[in-house]
Design a protein around this ligand. Sequence first.
Ligand code: C2E
Ligand code: CA
Ligand code: CA
Length: 693
Amino acid sequence: MLIGSYSPALVLISLCVAILASYTALDLTGRIATAKGRAVYLWMCGGALAMGSGVWSMHFIGMLAFSLPIDLGYDLTLTLVSLLIAVLSSGFALWLINQPSLPLLQLACGALIMGTGISSMHYMGMAAMRMQPGIDYDPQLFSASLAIAVCASAAALWIAFRLRRQTPYVRQIRGAAAVLMGIAIVGMHYTGMAAASFPGGSYCGALGTGLKGDGLVYLVLITTLAVLAVALLTSVLDARLVARTTELARSLTLANQELTQLTQHDILTGLPNRTLLADRIEQAIGKAGEQGTCFALMFIDLDGFKPVNDAFGHHVGDQLLKAVAERLRGHLHSQDTLARIGGDEFVLLVELQEPGDAMGVAIKQVNLVSRPYRVAEHDLQLTASIGIVLYPGNGMDQHELLRNADAAMYHAKNAGKNGYSFFDVSMNSDARQQLQLLQDLRVALQQGQFRLHYQPKFDAVRRVPIGAEALLRWEHPQHGLLYPDRFISLAEKTGLIIPIGEWVLGEACRQMRQWLEQGHEDWRIAVNLSAIQFCYAGLVDGVAQALQRNQLPANHLTLEITETTAMRDADASLLVLQRLSDMGVDISIDDFGTGYSSLMYLKRLPANELKIDRGFVRDLEHDSDDAAIVSAIVALGQALGLRIVAEGVETDSQQDFLTRLGCDSLQGYLMGRPVPAEHFMAGLAPREAPRVS
Ligand code: C2E
Ligand code: CA
Ligand code: CA
């Protein structure tokens, strides 16, 4: 019997090739699992080729590692057939593990087929030596090699099936599995080799015509390594590409989500905006129809937000809005929607167990808003006016519901703010009336329906008239005499206040000119300016023209602007005020104390007069806080060299108190109500001068 021997180096190389081929196979199954369409078949064919040639070359190198005392060669045809068997078995294996599931029976059959394939490859390769006489196989070892082939195939199929999806550490696990599979394949081969024995005097029939020689090892090895490397590299690159594509798709989805977030949410507060709110209302209406539920829509408008924004700037205003949004949102159920639909306007959609629950929610919201805020080192105060509609009942669709909630909100505002109102059909007629009034206002100026009433101002100490404030009235053909609170804001909203304001200025100057001619040379006429007029570019020229047309010296005109108007866009205001002041016109800061009186800013204003708001004067006797505020304002005015005027003086004790505090002039019903010019002189009853003690 011929005794065979092995080259240890080649045995080791065959093991490495087996491991590498296994790893490549596992990696390729991962590719096939994630590929789509035709790519699946391309990967499968390429994979079968790479894996098959890998397994086969392991076997062939194992054969080359074996040597007998005689020379050996390999029949080319049989060798190629063994290669073909290896490729076909590999293809079958790849196909099998890419089935959606791998039940036990299928796994067993697959392992049997693949094990048979590998064994056939091996024994076909042995047959390629064409030994004469034939090789004797030890039946036990032969069966063992078959069993190892089937078991190794089963294990390989199962592992590959489990590892085909991308999971964490998949590369490491595949590596370990590849080592196991490599050892199994090598084990099968060398068991098969051990089963073979070559009778003495055997010779190799393939020696003359077949493959032979030392170079063969390198040729096979290099080709195999090249095939495996190409397969592995392609697989890795493709995996990268797929990962990049997936990442791109993911960021696209993310960008898309961001876009929807942006188009459906308010950027400042992150709350849903009008678009998303509309959607939610439609949903709520749908649900109410189907399930018989009910909901409330609350229109929340902040009172006193504008003055804060004007006085402290948008930055503080924005932070305040955020704080309000956070507070309101903090107390809602997840199914409720709070949206911001405008500057200081929010809408709350709440599902209700029963309609009566709406009131509790509204009260809670009103209370939440009215708690003090601390924003950017400022203590701020706000309130909310809420209009409530219920569904079903107060409207058919979202537009009608929102319109009615808005009307109810205005009702709450008119009723004194810091509260809520439920919608009532009569409120709609309010809105209609408002619209009618607006149409009337558009023609009021041409039709000469405006009047000026004059309220006298008195020197506090001497108690003699020192001029008057012109107050606008509208002689409405149907409604009679209307006061500014009915129409000024309407005129401001529509811009009509500009021509109306010009008329007031001209008319007031004309009247003052007349009084001047009657000898009242120390009188001044005061005219109110609204914020809108103050922002109007033509204001300074308009004032100059009114003075010139009536030949009125500028020092007979006082312009009253409210504190908040003056503080709005402080620098621009300063410029306008400076130009007016340079002209010689007096500037009076009206309603002083109601805004956010900024001392720093006041110092820079070219103002001549502070007018203490009548709110402080009203409660002077009962409210010690108000008394303290008034004396502080007086002290402040005096320190800044400003005249102090108190308005709204209705009682003798108010008059005495204000005089004692140091007010320079007084104005109020006590001394004279606003009256048309023709009654003005008659109303100026001589007032008793204070006793000099
Ligand atoms: P205001 O400038 O603070 O005017 C003083 C208001 O207080 C006037 O109301 C006046 O009638 C009222 N009043 C005067 N003395 C007393 C008093 O002793 N007790 C009480 N309770 N009230 C007193 P009116 O005429 O209704 O004007 C309201 C507001 O309308 C004015 O407030 C002013 O801001 C605005 N306004 C009036 N005329 C014009 C105008 O021509 N142009 C602009 N832009 N606004 C005007
Ligand atoms: Ca005034
Ligand atoms: Ca005032």
